[in-house]
Design a protein around this ligand. Structure first.
Ligand SMILES: C[S@@+](CC[C@H](N)C(=O)[O-])C[C@H]1O[C@@H](n2cnc3c(N)ncnc32)[C@H](O)[C@@H]1O
Length: 191
């Protein structure tokens, strides 16, 4: 029998089970590009990806990673901008099947460049406004860094107050792990 998936594995499983070839998806924290590559393989050459990161090096490295993995870059739009601009950047009337966030800092990068609740919550709202029915916004929440606890608290508070008639909101967390185990919050639009 298999072990339970890690937070990261669970976040990908949610997409694998729902997102299909040709869909449009958003990676709100591109970083080293691992999620962008994962999403590119899911949506395929007919799909479209929008990605955001405030670090120019993240965008550059991700373009390289995608090219090295023979991803057709024609429908991949990567922006060196804050994810808080997602609703402004996505073309008018574009709807998305899902969006992913990895909160915190970039592993192997500058640990002082982190996500913050104000911009994260604005980005979640932007993604929700574009989400198709049954689409998902998935956040993998790392919070062991300075400021991480505040972002975690604010994001959970935001999720808790979403109208249950419009959204399913759940968390996936190992409650017996020490220190600051990453956990997942998922928002699914149900109306
Ligand atoms: C945990 S890392 C992402 C890891 C990435 N998903 C991967 O697969 O490698 C978080 C990323 O969020 C980025 N970030 C921080 N604030 C941001 C913002 N307001 N908008 C977009 N990206 C942001 C950081 O630059 C960093 O690269």
């Amino acid at each position: 029998m298999k072990q339970l998936p890690s937070a990261l594995e669970f976040s990908h499983q949610l997409f694998t089970e729902r997102v299909k070839s040709g869909d449009t998806v958003v990676d709100c924290t591109v970083g080293n590009g691992h999620d962008t590559l994962f999403l590119a393989n899911l949506v395929g050459p007919q799909g479209t990806i929008y990605g955001f990161d405030i670090q120019a090096s993240a965008i550059k490295n991700t373009r390289r990673l995608l090219a090295n993995n023979h991803v057709n870059l024609e429908n991949v739009y990567l922006y060196n901008l804050s994810h808080s601009l997602v609703d402004e950047i996505l073309p008018y009337e574009t709807t998305i099947a899902g969006a992913i966030f990895n909160l915190g800092y970039l592993p192997g990068g500058d640990k002082t460049i982190v996500t913050y609740s104000e911009t994260t919550i604005k980005a979640i709202q932007g993604c929700l406004s574009r989400l198709c029915k049954n689409g998902i916004v998935v956040l993998v929440i790392y919070y062991g860094h300075p400021g991480g606890e505040k972002e975690k608290k604010d994001v959970l508070e935001f999720g808790k107050h979403l109208d249950q008639k419009r959204y399913n909101v759940l968390t996936y967390k190992f409650i017996n792990q020490q220190h600051w185990p990453p956990f997942v919050m998922v928002i699914q639009r149900i109306d």
